[in-house]
Write a protein that binds this ligand. Structure first.
Ligand code: SAM
Length: 244
């Protein structure tokens, strides 16, 4: 083997190795961290039972594929429509930092297949859980799952109102929101600036859960920051509370 061939193989191994480390090894330890967090929670059993319900509801769906096909069919190429999901336990942990109560109204802005909306509604005693999503195929998927969920015994005992709407997060008012989640990694440049401006108009006390982006410390207190599990690997995540 020549020196050039050997260096080529070394470079490929380095690139592949670092991708493998980020995608699988770090995610393995991130999941382990959240599983040991779960073991310490009083609501441990309830959270596990919600996970079983959600796995059953979504078992015949493939949200990543639905999003990919919808993008191709509609000729969408913008990065802001890159599809990815927050891990169930990650979201539950981030929501726990928000200490949700029966007065809270949760919004997922860019809700995709709706898993975060269900996770919040089924694990916490909140009043409403609302998903806003622009891609019609993903909204239909979420609404179909909601129809299935409403036939279950769990839905009959859960007071939280669950709603999915097809709308643009830059247009749809969310002044009743008290907890907002945005899986915002793919929201960049002017799009992110416009979303951020809307967050600064939230009432004092509102909590905001974000991936990748942070908010000004003059208006928001940082409650939690860490690296968390997402469907594409590990990503930074933050929980803020509006203070001014
Ligand atoms: C990264 S996915 C997050 C899905 C979900 N929140 C989760 O974490 O599991 C972002 C979603 O935002 C949607 N989206 C992008 N731009 C949007 C806009 N302007 N209004 C509403 N939804 C939008 C995309 O279609 C995509 O489903």
């Amino acid at each position: 083997m020549s020196k050039i061939e050997l260096s080529f193989i070394c470079i490929l191994t380095l690139i592949w190795g670092s991708w493998f480390y980020r995608k699988y090894v770090k995610t393995f330890f991130g999941t382990k961290k959240r599983l040991s967090w779960l073991a310490q929670q009083q609501q441990n059993k309830k959270i596990r039972s919600v996970l079983v319900i959600l796995e059953k509801l979504y078992q015949n769906t493939n949200s990543h594929r639905t999003a990919k096909l919808a993008k191709i069919r509609r000729g969408i190429t913008e990065d802001s429509f890159l599809y990815g999901e927050v891990d169930f336990l990650t979201l539950i942990a981030l929501l726990t930092y928000c200490q949700p109560t029966e007065h809270d109204v949760f919004y997922d802005l860019g809700s995709g297949a709706g898993k975060a909306v269900f996770s919040a509604a089924l694990c916490f005693p909140i009043r409403k859980s609302i998903g806003i999503e622009l891609m019609p195929e993903l909204v239909s998927l979420a609404k179909n799952i909601l129809a299935e969920y409403q036939k279950t015994g769990h839905a009959k005992n859960n007071k939280c109102e669950i709603q999915f709407e097809q709308a643009d997060i830059l247009q749809r008012p969310f002044s009743d929101a008290t907890i907002i989640f945005i899986n915002a990694t793919a929201f960049k440049g002017q799009l992110w600036k416009n979303i951020e401006d809307r967050l600064y108009a939230l009432p004092i006390g509102a909590r905001v859960i974000l991936t990748t982006h942070q908010l000004s410390s003059s208006y928001f207190k940082l409650i939690y920051s860490g690296t968390e599990v997402m469907s594409w690997g590990m990503n930074s995540a933050f929980v803020f509370e509006k203070i001014k």
